[in-house]
Design a protein around this ligand. Structure first.
Ligand code: SAH
Ligand code: SF4
Length: 356
């Protein structure tokens, strides 16, 4: 199968062109057509030689994703379901905020981390997405915006869709390089956030990359006992190890970290846990922000319910009282199943029913 040209960094494309007898300047020309003019066929590249276009057509494809479902929410959130070349389905969400338009991308088909509250983890990982497939999600959303002619640009990216990005590290890095490049989409590193469930060795690697891209850690509980119950990855990488890696990251980058904390009723939403969380973050308060996430109910995880509004505000107040920066994440697109993995799992269930 030919690969997507969106998977190549500018350096990789330059090397490839040189290896194939083309001039170096072609790479930037091609990138301009791909990312600025946003062509849908190689043949549209008016200033590129026929020979070079043929070479690209013989070796790459432009788009491999096919839009399968699009749902628009009353608040402007749009959820896309894409079919990949091998038939697998992935989802991508566009969210509109006052500060810009943010796209949430998927990095794997399924997820092996298997957190107990998550729809994505219900399906074991069947494969990693290539960097091209991750970049294409942004391009497809941008093309949709181009079509509706609102001059709206994808300004922010969150790597928080299906999958564990640090379990697909190399492709994630190529993706970040492509979307961040000044010659391409030029989405500022500070406008991009990667979220991880806490794969400790990769946090060290990531710290060493010297990127300005934001890091979010899904912490979800302040003690090992509780965290292991909610996220089994805590057995492999317990809180002390995670905190050591985070301290290393903070020391190296001096960049603020976001801690995601999903609030599950009567499980991890007591003031007692808020106090423990504050204690855990005490020595890095100045570089921490806690994002409290109201749980989005998943049919298959009937053991969990959303916290009450009272519990959420008591948790928030307890953190604030201890001097922790925090906020409650506003739900986007709740009416269209915009939480991770939910649209995909519904579509798969529907397909199963049709087949049955
Ligand atoms: N695998 C990475 C990134 C994808 S999940 C990670 O776990 O960090 C991104 C975020 O969505 C995580 O913080 C996760 O806790 C949250 N999430 C997953 N299922 C959810 C649900 N049912 N309701 C609300 N948030 C959920
Ligand atoms: Fe995977 Fe993240 Fe879902 Fe956990 S929360 S199962 S790591 S996608």
């Amino acid at each position: 199968m030919k690969t997507s040209i969106f998977g190549l960094t500018l350096e990789q494309l330059t090397t490839w062109l040189l290896d194939n007898g083309q001039k170096k300047y072609r790479a930037e020309q091609i990138w301009d057509w791909l990312y600025i003019k946003r062509i849908t066929e190689f043949a549209q590249m008016a200033n590129v030689s026929k020979e070079c276009i043929q070479l690209l057509e013989d070796n790459f494809v432009l788009y491999t994703l096919e839009q399968s479902v699009k749902q628009e929410s009353a608040d402007g959130t749009i959820k896309f379901l894409f079919k990949m070349q091998d038939g697998n389905l992935i989802e991508t969400v566009l969210m509109r905020f006052k500060y810009g338009s943010s796209v949430c991308v998927t990095t794997q088909v399924g997820c092996n981390i298997g957190c107990s509250f998550c729809a994505s983890g219900l399906l074991k990982k069947s494969r990693d997405l290539s960097s091209g497939e991750i970049v294409e999600q942004i391009m497809k959303v941008q093309q949709h915006l181009d079509e509706v002619k609102k001059e709206e640009r994808v300004s922010h990216i969150v790597v928080m869709g299906i999958g564990e990005p640090f379990d697909n590290y190399t492709n994630l890095m190529s993706f970040l390089s492509v979307v961040n490049s000044q010659k391409g989409l030029a989405i500022g590193a500070r406008h991009i956030t990667v979220s991880t469930s806490g794969i400790v060795p990769k946090i060290y690697d990531y710290a060493d990359e010297g990127l300005q891209v934001n890091l979010a850690i899904s912490i979800h509980a302040p003690t090992n006992e509780l965290r292991t119950r909610i996220m089994k990855i805590n057995k492999a990488y317990p809180i002390e190890k995670l905190m050591d890696a985070i301290d290393y990251y903070l020391e190296k980058t001096n960049r603020r970290i976001t801690f995601e904390y999903i609030l599950l009723r009567d499980v991890n939403d007591h003031v007692e846990e808020a106090v423990k969380l504050a204690k855990l973050l005490e020595n890095k308060r100045h570089l921490s922000y806690v994002n409290l996430i109201p749980y989005n109910p998943v049919d298959e995880h009937g053991q969990y319910q959303q916290s009450t509004p009272e519990a959420i505000s008591a948790f928030y107040d307890a953190l604030k009282k201890k001097g922790i920066n925090c906020g409650v994440r506003h739900e986007q697109g709740a009416d269209i199943d915009a939480a991770c993995g939910q649209l995909r799992s519904k579509q798969i269930k529907k397909a199963d029913k049709v087949q049955a």
